[in-house]
Design a protein around this ligand. Structure first.
Ligand SMILES: [Zn+2]
Ligand SMILES: [Zn+2]
Length: 1005
């Protein structure tokens, strides 16, 4: 059955809540009416403030899955919530289209063994074209996903990080860094992935710690001039002995000289016992203890001087191949002595820098040893581990070689073990501005402590930012170097390139390979300048979005942006690069966002990470073909706090989240059926009208008062990003307060269709109209599809002066005049006492429908008073004729009384049912069914029908009913009511119904 008010759009209020159908229709409705644009334009013209938003751009290398959906739902919630508060927000899409992830995706498609092989085969131009094709393929999936989810993000205003316009503005950040002497070339030890053939930023290194297996090698270095004395050292990277320059000891700790056979070994005193155990040496003796400082300057014999001529040369330096003191040397693990290879480790590098030692970095860009590495030349660095082990063994210096499993950084993309190598790179010296960055970070609101702490501890490290990458598909580093005099120039626009060019390709774009064909003229010597071959770190690319995605004017109005949210791993990613770049751009301790919510990850139903290899990735587009977008959105926000990891279980969608929305839907059905029947007119029958008529009763006032509390709390929780708490308040109100508690309180008022009580019914409708409409508004940011449906099919149907879409409505605020705390407390007592009556009934198998003669309430005075205040309602809901109040529990005859209690409240029910009570109960049950039937058939409330027939009744029921026939005739507004055992021939149709599991038939003429 469809509601009496038929919608004039395709949207209709149907008997059943069918979310998939309804959502398809709402998508078409939004599309047809350009609702997204209308909303944006309306708020742009007229608002209480402009809130900047810049989209954290998803990488276009995969299909959107539920992990992405969580963040997108939060973003859309925020957008709808704030636009309903009449703010304007630049909620425009953005896509991360460059960088390693995109390259890897293309490599997979093209089937490449490694990059070198691929580029040789297809060439850079074809490779770049493939990258563009690939991102557009994924882009389509994301746009579809957003539409399925109901996101009101503007795709027409999207930014793409590979567009020339974007890249020019990204270069502007580099220009600002250049001007402040924060951008430069450096020799630096960087993490390098041998597979991806590129260096990784510190942020990326933190993303891929994994347990790996490595060699565990104990070996010794002979002390120069003492043939039988040795330093004992341990390493998991034997290859680093090739670039070894010094060994480190801790200056403050004790070191032991240990007699082992005819040799003397030096190692940390507290490590003697465990190391001897590992090496299986039982016979040893500590002969002397010295402080670490006393070992400083001791020269050791570098074992491979004969294999690496360059090392023999370096050995002449007085400091090289000696022990140095460093606080970072840990004496609680290994031997307490570390060998340091400045070209292959960060600590090693800084130890060498401090002492101004020469860099010995004999490897090429692909991490292969060069000629300088002597015997080891031509090998990939990590492949020389076994050669080093063998050479040490040949020299009698190897003590033990074994395997060890340990946590080690791997590439977050390809999962290969990283190596640290000194390379020529470009850096932004963010270490120099760390204080400003920390100050900027302090100004931001993070909502929750734990992700904030995580972010701060990362920022505090304040390491320089290596921004150069050895890749192809990325923003090019805009630095040109003169081949003659070495002068460097930083360029920031295409126009500038044209002006300074000696050679310029036709129609070039700001990408490799075209950009590399641009040759500039040196302003100093007139020589040829060519570009440094690097591209920029993708995090620099996306971190430039606040300036790069806007025009200057937009940037000035909308940045710092207001509320941003991304997954918690973005503490090291986008949130970090946004902050660093903004501080560089402005030169001020200012963040580009005022608020940042870091969300937890989405895991599968069993709490496992979603991954392709486990086959447990849930893609949004296929999920939403079967599951409701509204219910999924509700579930994302309702299930747990946004910062917690969330176990996504599709089976849970049909549980509570479905129940809440379905209840909201059916409450509207209930409202429409009744209000339509009585010709309710919301413009006339307002709450004010009902109040003036004195037709609002306590239940209505209580419901309205509770609603004010809900509006207040929901808004507060939503502002604090405690979506789960906000929604559990809404859930409680819809399911418990309104559906389970209020509706039974007013049902009897609505049964009657007596014109004399019409105004009371209209007052109930005005209460429901006011309440339900506000619930629809509160729901809109979470479940926009059902909200739009109800808005169109209920509110706009009854009041055509309403707005074109629910999204244009204004967020509700609490009305103090409708708040009544005392009344709420009174009702709370009533609602605690009723279940005690019900359980007394249940204990003695007295059905709730059966009227009983008397209840005795034994309770403290305040409870008695509350019940007294609401006594008619209490008796009606309890279905009892009379109540008596007693202070103390009397002796109880359990034959006569049904008993139940809770805390201090006891109730006694008179169990005796006489025929009068039974007959009245039966009559009311039947009258209620006839009322419904009358409405369904289409009689108006004022019609008085000829006759009502009720058949298939038992003889004893007919006997019980007989005394009540006149009363029933009044209730159902009939000239005659006839009750019989069998159905008689009639002009009217018989309608089947059920009473106590028995069939009963009714007809109205
Ligand atoms: Zn890699
Ligand atoms: Zn020059």
């Amino acid at each position: 059955m469809t509601a009496k008010f038929k919608a004039n759009s395709n949207l209709s209020l149907t008997q059943r809540y069918n979310p998939l159908e309804l959502e398809t229709e709402v998508r078409a409705f939004w599309e047809k009416n350009k609702t997204l644009k209308t909303l944006a334009e309306t708020r742009q013209k007229n608002n209480v403030g402009m809130l900047g938003y810049v989209e954290g751009p998803p990488t276009m290398n995969g299909i959107p899955h539920v992990g992405h959906a969580r963040g997108r739902v939060i973003k859309d919630f925020h957008y709808r919530f704030k636009t309903m508060q009449n703010y304007y927000i630049s909620f425009w899409a953005g896509w991360d289209t460059q960088g390693l992830p995109v390259e890897l995706e293309v490599e997979k498609t093209l089937g490449a063994k490694n990059k070198k092989e691929l580029i040789a085969r297809v060439g850079e131009e074809a490779f770049v074209e493939e990258c563009k094709k690939s991102i557009m393929k994924y882009h389509r999936e994301w746009v579809t996903g957003d539409k399925m989810l109901g996101l009101f993000i503007d795709h027409d205003k999207a930014y793409y990080t590979h567009e020339d316009r974007y890249i020019e503005r990204e270069w502007h950040y580099l220009k600002r860094a250049w001007e402040q002497n924060l951008l430069g070339e450096g020799h630096y030890v960087v993490a390098y992935c041998p597979h991806c053939q590129t260096s990784l930023s510190n942020a990326e290194v933190g993303l891929g710690y994994k347990e790996v297996e490595d060699p565990s090698m104990h070996f010794k270095f002979q002390v120069r001039g003492k043939e039988k004395e040795f330093f004992i050292v341990w390493t998991t990277m034997p290859f680093t002995l090739i670039t070894d320059l010094i060994i480190g000891v801790n200056p403050k700790e004790d070191y032991a000289k240990v007699k082992v056979g005819i040799e003397t070994w030096i190692l940390a005193k507290q490590r003697v016992e465990p190391i001897m155990e590992i090496l299986e040496i039982e016979d040893y003796k500590i002969v002397e203890t010295v402080k670490g400082t006393e070992l400083v300057g001791t020269k050791y014999e570098y074992p491979f001087n004969d294999l690496i001529p360059k090392q023999a040369e370096l050995d002449q330096h007085p400091l090289i191949h000696t022990a140095v003191a460093e606080d970072f040397v840990d004496v609680t693990t290994a031997t307490g002595i570390v060998h340091l290879a400045p070209a292959n480790g960060e600590d090693d590098y800084s130890a060498a820098q401090k002492r101004e030692l020469t860099m010995f970095a004999p490897f090429d860009e692909q991490a292969f040893f060069t000629e300088e590495a002597g015997k080891f030349a031509g090998h990939f660095v990590r492949k020389t581990d076994s050669m080093v082990v063998e050479e040490l063994e040949n020299r009698g210096l190897l003590l033990k070689i074994d395997k060890v499993k340990h946590e080690y950084p791997t590439c977050w993309r390809s999962h290969h073990k990283l190596v640290w190598m000194a390379r020529r790179e470009y850096f932004i010296w963010t270490n120099k501005i760390n204080k400003k960055v920390m100050q900027a970070a302090q100004t931001v609101k993070y909502f929750y402590e734990s992700p904030k702490n995580r972010f701060f501890s990362f920022l505090k490290e304040g390491k320089p930012w290596c921004i150069s990458r050895d890749r192809i598909w990325g923003s090019p580093l805009p630095i040109w170097v003169c081949e003659e005099c070495g002068k460097k120039t930083l360029v920031t626009t295409k126009q500038e390139l044209r002006e300074k060019a000696l050679e310029l390709p036709d129609n070039f774009e700001l990408h490799k390979p075209w950009i590399d064909r641009v040759i500039l003229k040196c302003q100093k010597c007139g020589g040829k300048m060519s570009r440094e071959p690097f591209v920029l770190d993708v995090w620099h690319n996306s971190g430039a979005s606040p300036y790069a995605r806007f025009s200057d004017q937009e940037f000035n109005t909308l940045v710092p942006t207001n509320f941003l949210t991304e997954a918690v791993d973005q503490t090291r990613g986008w949130a970090n690069s946004l902050l660093l770049e903004h501080v560089i751009l402005t030169g001020k301790p200012e963040a580009p966002y005022e608020e940042f919510l870091f969300q937890g990850f989405v895991l599968d139903a069993k709490g496992r990470k979603m991954s392709k290899s486990l086959g447990n990735v849930l893609e949004i587009n296929s999920l939403l073909h079967e599951k409701s977008a509204d219910i999924s959105r509700f579930y994302f926000l309702w299930k747990c706090s946004p910062i917690d990891s969330m176990n996504f279980n599709p089976n849970e969608l049909k549980g509570r989240p479905y129940q809440v929305l379905s209840t909201l839907y059916h409450l509207h059905n209930f409202f429409m059926q009744n209000a339509g029947y009585d010709n309710f007119n919301p413009k006339k029958h307002t709450l004010n009208w009902a109040t003036k008529q004195n037709n609002l009763k306590d239940p209505d006032k209580w419901l309205l008062s509770k609603l004010q509390g809900l509006v207040k709390e929901f808004t507060e929780k939503a502002e604090e990003c405690e979506f789960n708490f906000a929604l559990s308040k809404l859930e409680d109100y819809v399911v418990n307060v309104l559906s389970r508690e209020y509706v039974p309180m007013i049902r009897k008022d609505l049964w009657s269709d007596d014109p004399e009580t019409l105004n009371r019914r209209l007052a109930v409708y005005s209460t429901l109209w006011y309440t339900l409409k506000r619930l629809v508004l509160l729901s809109n940011p979470t479940t926009p599809f059902i909200s739009e449906t109800l808005y169109q099919t209920v509110y706009k149907q009854l009041d055509d002066s309403l707005l074109e879409t629910v999204n244009l409505e204004t967020w509700p605020t609490p009305d103090k005049n409708l708040q009544d705390d005392t009344l709420e407390e009174t009702f709370e007592i009533l609602l605690k006492t009723l279940p005690i009556v019900y359980s007394a009934r249940q204990n003695s198998q007295l059905k709730r429908r059966w009227p009983l003669a008397k209840v005795v309430v034994i309770a403290p005075k305040n409870i008695q008073k509350a019940i007294q205040k609401l006594e008619p309602l209490f008796l009606e809901l309890a279905n009892i004729k009379a109540v008596e109040y007693v202070d103390k529990l009397p002796e109880v005859d359990s034959e006569k009384w049904a008993v139940a209690y809770e805390d201090e409240t006891h109730v006694l029910l008179d169990k005796v049912r006489n025929e009068t009570l039974e007959g009245e109960g039966l009559m009311r049950d039947l009258a209620r069914r006839v009322q419904t039937l009358r409405k369904e058939i289409g009689f108006s409330p004022t019609d008085i029908v000829e006759a009502v027939y009720i058949a298939e009744l038992e003889p004893k029921d007919i006997k019980l009913l007989n005394p009540y026939i006149p009363e029933m005739e009044g209730l159902v507004r009939a000239k005659k009511v006839q009750v019989t055992e069998n159905r008689v021939e009639l002009d009217a149709e018989w309608h089947e119904d059920k009473l106590d599991k028995k069939k009963v038939f009714m007809a109205v003429t």
